[in-house]
Design a protein around this ligand. Structure first.
Ligand code: PLP
Ligand code: LYS
Length: 445
């Protein structure tokens, strides 16, 4: 914790405590105990916009995006839109010189709505529909990433119909078992994604694409998994992909100019989690693995979580505190597994802190739960919170920027929270709160 005199507000000098722990966004601090993000206090945010809400630190998001871009000045940084995407994010990325990876027609529409140029968009997915492929070709996306033999034929036909020679990449599964939750590991031979390198399917895919006059093979792609904090898996995948690239040229005379090694860099969710490697450290490892190639390809990466994750705090209001003798304490908030399914899906562990005030009361472990009609609706088991935590308190969960609003759902007809971008004391509603009218509109034809 670092204390400094922050400035003057309405004639009074106040002091802000800067929260420098790695799990909080860059501008997080406390003034008179209240959590402040981007110069805006959480009490004012809750009063104006309600809870639950995601509070997104613009300076932090854009700083992280630019740090990736600066780590790879001669390559391409495609933000992984699945982590969290809305038009405002696409606008920031377009302004800050990044590219974008989308994996559905919906993400493509949002990216274009935010002004991301089509030629900076890569289209992924293991089961793109014909309509999505047609849209991608008509829009002029930079590349479509091919994922199956059926898709090679399908896209060749779509491109022929459109009279376009479509730029494509081939997704390769390099057979690397990344150390992460099995649901988010994608580089092993059993993955549903891509063409296996070890089984020779990747080489067959290269030959099949090269034989299609309406497809232009511009790159190879691999992505081994998400929330990875150990660089060994990245190094292994990069080395295997580099060897495959060299083999394509030496054996088949096919020179492939770009190598996209995907996203996957992890973040810290709790103070005790290790600090993840930096983008520059990861890029150095990837470059090392490619150093032996006679003609190094253009290197591309697709970070999602490592840009969006740390920049956003989920803000809730506490509704009930239930003490069950001999069992423990349940603290319930006004959201839950509909705005954060990650604890239920992956056993993900978070940090929680009182946001409207600080307390000297001793901490005790509580089970932090949501309001859904389900016992698995948990945000955290045994989370330490002050013993005087009470209804009406605001609760903040940091590191909530990736795979939370983007995975939010309407279970129990709960309304999805807004995303409030804060910067220099100003709030921009990046995503508005869903309303009951939005829900009811689904039931009218
Ligand atoms: C193809 C691809 N690229 C990029 C990403 C982004 O990954 P992360 O958010 O872990 O950086 C993913 C998700 O895992 C992905 O599947
Ligand atoms: N949804 C996952 C990450 C999926 C990565 C996308 N390929 C998570 O929250 O960790």
């Amino acid at each position: 914790m670092l204390f400094y005199r922050f400035g003057q507000h309405a004639g009074t000098v106040f002091t802000m405590t800067v929260v420098i722990d790695k799990v909080w966004p860059r501008t997080a601090g406390r003034i008179d105990g209240e959590l402040v993000l981007g110069g805006v206090g959480v009490r004012a945010l809750a009063a104006e916009y309600g809870t639950p809400a995601y509070v997104l630190d613009e300076e932090d998001f854009r700083g992280r995006a630019r740090a990736w871009r600066d780590a790879l000045p001669d390559g391409e940084v495609h933000y992984g839109g699945k982590a969290f995407l809305c038009p405002l994010i696409a606008t920031w990325l377009a302004e800050d010189g990044l590219s974008l990876d989308v994996c559905t027609g919906g993400e493509l529409a949002v990216a274009l709505a935010g002004g991301m140029p089509a030629e900076r968009i890569t289209f992924h997915g293991n089961n793109k529909s014909v309509a999505e492929l047609r849209r991608a070709v008509a829009t002029g996306v930079n590349a479509v990433v091919l994922d199956s033999f059926i898709e090679i034929e399908r896209l060749a036909e779509v491109a022929r119909e459109a009279g376009v020679r479509q730029r494509v990449m081939i997704r390769v599964t390099p057979g690397v078992d990344a150390h992460t939750h099995e649901f988010i590991a994608t580089g092993g031979e059993r993955s549903k994604f891509g063409f296996s390198l070890g089984l020779g399917l990747a080489a067959e895919a290269v030959a099949a694409v090269a034989a299609e006059p309406y497809l232009d093979l511009v790159g190879l792609h691999s992505h081994i998994g998400s929330q990875l904090v150990d660089l060994a898996g990245f190094a292994q995948a990069a080395a295997r992909m580099a060897a495959f690239l060299a083999e394509c040229e030496a054996r088949h005379g096919i020179r492939i100019p770009k190598l996209d090694l995907g996203g996957g860099l992890g973040i810290a969710y709790r103070a005790e989690d290790p600090a993840p490697p930096t983008p520059a450290e990861l890029v150095a490892v990837l470059r090392d693995a490619l150093a032996g190639l006679a003609a190094p390809p253009v290197l591309a990466v697709e970070p999602g979580r490592s840009i969006a994750g740390p920049t956003t705090v989920a803000l809730y209001e506490i509704g009930t505190v239930k003490e069950i003798p001999g069992v423990g304490v349940y603290v319930s908030v006004d959201g839950g597994m509909s705005d954060n399914p990650r604890p239920a899906m992956y056993g993900a562990a978070y940090t929680a802190a009182l946001a409207n005030r600080v307390s000297d009361a001793p901490a005790r472990p509580v089970n932090l739960v949501g309001k859904h009609c389900e016992s698995g609706d948990i945000l955290g088991w045994d989370m330490p919170l002050p013993a005087d935590t009470r209804p009406g308190d605001l609760l903040a969960i940091p590191a909530s920027g990736a795979y939370q609003r983007s995975m939010a759902n309407n279970y129990n007809h709960v309304l999805r929270p807004p995303v409030l971008a804060v910067r220099g004391g100003r709030v921009t509603v990046a995503v508005r709160r869903e309303t009951e009218d939005d829900l009811l509109r689904l039931y009218t034809s």
